[in-house]
Design a protein around this ligand. Structure first.
Ligand code: XMP
Length: 505
């Protein structure tokens, strides 16, 4: 983590992470803090108090130590809940609104506040029910909505509150407001990927000391960037690639070639037999996942064959936030696979290294580009840890895997040729283990069906099926039917998530 930051105090709004994003897009370093955490470990150049789902009027509502915060003398901006809190701290009042205000509104700046320099009357996004009713005498109104109701307040030369959310794209001049706010800070910390890379390398060396580091690589974006970064940091590194036999066509060879080109040595563990043996006869999706997950860790740990001094993994910022501990106010919390028991045990002993934990996915890609990693590697579709097993409903067999691999390879090639590969979040072929009747040549055939799926998504939490053109689908279908033995039917999956998931299992 960089030593100074534009600190965002997280009061649990669904938009809080977006504030961090917007500020980094503006080229400044920002990160989230829980209220008490900022006091203990933060070095803020400016502080933003986020929105949140609670009411400042509730017993036990999230709070800040205003005496401490104001003593720092840095600019402070309260957003929504944060503004109401600031109004209370400055002697004003907060009351329940007559109705919840949600959606667009027009705000018009008044009085020439520095927060709105260059900002016109424009659309902003509201999401609140409480409102600031009484204001202290020193508090100035600096913007109003179309009904003349105050929507932005100034409490001091560098202390502001805004009722709306500048971080969402529906607030048309929101980024300008954030830029104006940061411009009020003394020497705000810049965020620029090339120097951030150097900073990360310095931090890695410090944390590693003379210990040996191990990490797993899958060929995916995060673990590749991690391994190349550790290699560039010149720490003693063992990067292990497990080929569990559930990879796509030629994938193991491609991953090895990629790492060879990048100059990072990796050890490959071939253990397809162990995985297929363990999966034999199993048809239950959850049991299949468990078998693969446990065996994967066993194989990985066996391969290392020595005590792990330091285990590195490519955990990203959203993973950290989503698995945040009970200290987090955010209501949506899930346990991430980078936080399984074996890893948590190592973490307790200070033996886990997560250098990417401050970055979003697209920032990891930008870091990868600075590290000289190819565009194609950085823009690969996500691929699930359990591999093709989750695209092979029912029992996993060699024959089914062969069919999936061949269909998938044809499908990906066509998507690349037509420019669709990078327009979709993820695409793949899954086998439907049902035989249907067809005609091949003059013969009756009785073979399986393949489903092809392509989805668009922001974050894989929800997804829509991609509207691939009919001609593209037609050429994929033709080529699969003409070339893949064992398939006589191609189906295009038009299910959204929810209710379907992205993968079949
Ligand atoms: P679902 O199927 O849950 O998938 O809609 C959401 C996203 O997560 C990927 N996925 C996984 N990734 N290990 C992973 O690393 C897994 O076990 C796993 N299962 C699903 C999936 O490919 C999609 O991008």
């Amino acid at each position: 983590m960089l030593s100074r930051q534009i600190a965002i105090i997280d009061f649990g709004s669904q938009y809080t992470q977006l504030i961090v994003r917007r500020i980094r897009e503006l080229g400044y370093y920002s990160r989230l803090f829980q209220p008490e955490e900022l006091k203990e470990t933060g070095h803020p150049a400016a502080v933003i108090l986020s929105g949140g789902p609670r009411s400042t009027r509730e017993e036990g509502a999230p709070d800040i130590d205003w005496e401490w915060l104001s003593s720092l003398g840095v600019p402070v901006l309260g957003v929504c809940y944060g503004m109401q809190l600031l109004n209370l701290k400055h002697g004003g009042q907060v009351s329940p609104g007559t109705k919840r205000e949600y959606g667009p509104a027009v705000m018009t700046p008044e009085g020439g506040s520095a927060l709105f320099a260059g900002v016109n009357a424009s659309q902003v996004w509201m999401s609140h029910s409480d409102t600031c009713t009484a204001l202290a005498e020193e508090t100035k109104v600096i913007a109003r909505n179309a009904d003349g109701v105050p929507v932005a307040l100034q409490f001091g030369p560098r202390v502001f509150g805004i009722q709306f959310h500048p971080e969402v794209s529906h607030s048309h001049e929101g980024s300008q407001m954030l830029a104006n706010f940061i411009a009020l800070a003394d020497d705000p910390p810049r965020f620029e990927m090339a120097s951030f890379k150097d900073h990360l390398i310095g931090e890695i060396r410090k944390q590693v000391g003379d210990r040996k580091v191990v990490c797993g690589v899958s060929g995916g974006v995060d673990s590749t960037v991690l391994a190349v970064l550790l290699h560039e940091a010149k720490v003693p590194l063992r990067a292990v690639f497990v080929d569990h036999g559930l990879l796509r066509k030629d994938e193991a060879a491609e991953v090895q070639a990629n790492f060879a080109r990048l100059g990072v040595p990796i050890e490959t563990v071939y253990c397809a037999d162990r995985f297929l043996g363990a999966l034999a006869g199993e048809t239950d999706p959850e049991k299949k996942r468990k078998i693969i997950g446990n065996l994967f860790l066993d194989v990985f740990w066996d391969a290392i064959g020595e005590e792990v001094e330091l285990f590195a993994q490519g955990t990203l910022y959203p993973d950290v936030i989503e698995s945040a501990s009970s200290g987090s106010i955010a209501s949506k919390i899930k346990t991430h696979h980078n936080r399984v028991d074996r890893i948590l045990d190592l973490q307790k002993e200070g033996r886990v290294l997560e250098p990417l934990a401050d970055l979003f996915k697209d920032e990891v890609r930008a870091l990868g580009a600075v590290l000289g990693i190819d565009h194609d590697i950085l823009w690969r579709h996500p691929f699930p840890g359990p591999g093709l097993a989750v695209r092979c409903p029912g029992e996993v067999t060699e024959e089914k895997l062969r069919i999936i691999r061949e269909c998938d390879a044809i499908y990906m090639e066509r998507l690349r040729e037509t420019g669709w590969y990078e327009k979709v979040w993820q695409a793949y072929a899954a086998l439907i283990p049902v035989k249907t009747v067809g005609v091949k040549g003059d013969e009756r055939s009785y073979e399986w069906a393949i489903s092809i799926r392509a989805v668009t998504s922001e974050d894989a939490m929800t997804a829509d099926w991609a509207r691939l053109p009919f001609e593209v689908l037609a050429s994929i279908s033709n080529e699969i039917l003409n070339n893949v033995k064992g398939i006589n039917r191609v189906l295009y999956d038009i299910s959204t998530k929810p209710p379907a998931s992205i993968e079949w299992e």
